[in-house]
Design a protein around this ligand. Sequence first.
Ligand code: F6R
Length: 241
Amino acid sequence: MKIIKATDYKDMSRKAANIISAQVIMKPDCVLGLATGSTPIGTYDQLVEWYKKGDLDFSGVTSVNLDEYKGLSGDNDQSYRYFMNTHLFDRVNIDKTKTYVPNGLEADSAKACGDYNRIIAEVGGVDLQLLGLGHNGHIGFNEPSATFEKETHCVDLTQSTIDANARFFATMDDVPKQAYTMGIKTIMQAKKIVVVVSGEDKANIVKEAFFGPITPQVPASVLQLHNDVVVVGDAAALSKI
Ligand code: F6R
């Protein structure tokens, strides 16, 4: 595991974007595994900036996202598909038909997850997976549990996540209660993994996940077993290691 220390959020975003750029330049038809959340937004902004300058070409790139809320369509502004369109896909020359997010509108969980596993296999697996890190060590929607989850699966969201999301929806019925997520096995099969972490509030979990025991109670700790992981963090997030 390699740890790259950035000074601040902007610097972290540039460094992470540099690694992704190198991947796209070295393999223009690569498969990028992408994440939502607040941490990668600056990374996507930086990639867009370099694309606009003519330094990056996404026309050959395929992407697969980590996760999606079950029940939300891609035009719902709370969906992860909408997030990706807004922050990256609509701003660069990626072929949208080659950008994959689990199908939130598929009510049959087994089908949604099976379809997504097939897509990942058909595109040839993930070359570079970008990850954020949850405060409890989650990656994707793989929450602390007794065992490491495997491939794409459906998770029940915790009540605190449901409550936190409630403000974005008209009624409680509209708030997603479940999500589809890549599993730990899928994530671990990526050839390269880049984790972005920012802010003092991530300092404890960075230490626990990357320097503590490997346990399903801290899902990101499994990344210690991967042979090509880069953690790009700002000084605050890396302040306890
Ligand atoms: C996003 C995802 C989540 C986030 C994590 C960190 O697709 O699956 O695991 O990466 O919750 O989120 P932020 O970056 O908002 O701290």
